[in-house]
Ligand binder design. Sequence first.
Ligand code: WAQ
Ligand code: MG
Length: 282
Amino acid sequence: MEYYSLKMRASQQVGEGEQKREQHISGAERIVNRDSVEAVCTAMVRRAMTHSKGDPDFINVKIEKVHESDIQILKALPVTRVDVETWQEGLEKAFGLINKTVSDGLLLPKEDNSTKATSCQVSYSFARSDEYGVLIKDFAQKLPELLRATFPMRGAMLYDIATGERLEPDHERGVRATYMDALHSSEVDGCKNHFNEAIVLATKVANAPGMVAEFCVSDDPNYVTGYVASKELGYVRIMKMKEMGDENGGRIFLFDSRKASAEECIEYLQKKKVLVEIADRT
Ligand code: WAQ
Ligand code: MG
């Protein structure tokens, strides 16, 4: 099978003079077979031209051949759903799940060396859990502020839970996961299916080296469902995470630098070709 990667991004010029800058409107990534390339390309352009965030001044479409042997096939994360009355409750639930995952992650030793533990290693791990206790508290307080910091970004924040540092090479842009699609999906869809795209992205992200969890709120003003995801949590849809009409959204990739290097993780997110097998497509 011959595969091609298609990537689209669209933006708009905003501001005047010195303040002039490009504002991101829409982006999409696909990996499809040769026969679908033209139709998917047309659908991407249509999507850019009809986006609720505005009329684009600039659309970039990139089409590249992909070798089948370079593609990794992953099983989609299992999906669960959390219904909430209000977006405030949804956000609280999401923050709660993320805080728990991060604190569990921080307290886990890097490797399970319990069988070879010496007294020296035991006291070392006590010292570390104290230090991580502080980090956990600090993180829980900082999480809403981190989310706000992602609002103007086109990609995701890559946040190191072990040091509290941001690891994106460019803080304004963030890190973008690319080269991914659902397996067997050559469907041509001009209009965005938020859930299908998100489960593909979240599955790739959860499998990146050193990844602990992901937090996501859509930046589309009329899409209020968000999610948190990790290999352990699966993909947890939270049905309301912001107010209808709010065009602020963003993604945080929570990473642990004790498990992998930032370079490896970013390399995987940006370069590895991934197709995600979605068992139940209902
Ligand atoms: N890599 C990294 N970050 C990204 C990417 C990417 N490929 N695409 C988008 N982002 C960031 C970017 O900062 C956006 O502003 C933000 O995420 C939100 O992106 O189960 O629609 O494409 O129904 O608006 C969740 C679906 C939908 C929930 C999420 O995100 C469900 C969504 P959007
Ligand atoms: Mg969006």
